[in-house]
Design a protein. Structure first.
Length: 173
C-alpha cells in the first residue's frame, strides 16, 4: 500500500479587479489507496456458474468479440453464423464476458434464430442483470418470434370523483 502523500497548501486569489483579492488556502486530502472491492455473498453465488478466466483467456475472448463485431459491421447478415461462432469461442474462453453473450444473441437474432438469441440473452441476464438494453431487445426478439413480450404495468386510471371541486384558477389575487 502506498504511503499517504501530502500536498502543499496553495493559495488562490478570489475576488474581482475592483476589490482587494482574498487569498484562501486550498487543502487537499492526502492520497490513500482504496481498499479492494469485496463482492457480496449473493454476487459471488450468482457468478459461481461463470468461472473466472485467466488474463490470457480474457484477452483472447475480447479479441474474438472485436473480430466478430467487425465481421458483422462489414458484411452483416450473410456472415452472422460465422460471427456467432467467434462469439461462442469468446464465451468458451471467458464465460464472464458479458459483451460476448450480448453479441452472440445479436448475431443469432440477425440470422433469424430468435429462440437461440432469447436463450443467450437470458443467460446474460443471470450474469449481468443490469446490462444496458437487454430487456428491450429480448422483448423485440420475442415479438419477432411470434410471442407476445411481457406486458408493462397498466397505467394508472383516472378515478371519477363523486363531487365537484371548484377552485379559483388565478392564485395571484
Amino acid at each position: 500500500m502506498r504511503r499517504a502523500l501530502f500536498v502543499l497548501l496553495t493559495l488562490t486569489a478570489c475576488g474581482s479587479q475592483n476589490s482587494r483579492s482574498a487569498q484562501t488556502p486550498v487543502v487537499q486530502a492526502p492520497f490513500t489507496e482504496a481498499a479492494p472491492r469485496k463482492e457480496s455473498k449473493s454476487a459471488a453465488a450468482d457468478n459461481a456458474a461463470f468461472p473466472k478466466a485467466d488474463k490470457q483467456s480474457q484477452e483472447r475472448s475480447k479479441n474474438l468479440v472485436e473480430n466478430g463485431r467487425a465481421l458483422l459491421k462489414d458484411v452483416g447478415k450473410p456472415r452472422a453464423l460465422e460471427a456467432s461462432t467467434l462469439f461462442s469461442q469468446a464465451i468458451a474462453a471467458d464465460s464472464r464476458n458479458a459483451r460476448a453473450y450480448w453479441e452472440l444473441g445479436w448475431s443469432q437474432q440477425i440470422a433469424g434464430d430468435f429462440d437461440s438469441a432469447i436463450t443467450t440473452w437470458e443467460t446474460l441476464k443471470t450474469l449481468d442483470p443490469q446490462f444496458p438494453d437487454l430487456e428491450a431487445f429480448t422483448a423485440i426478439a420475442m415479438t419477432r418470434r411470434g410471442e407476445r413480450p411481457p406486458e408493462p404495468p397498466a397505467p394508472v386510471r383516472k378515478s371519477k370523483a363523486h363531487h365537484r371541486a371548484d377552485m379559483e384558477t388565478d392564485l395571484a389575487r
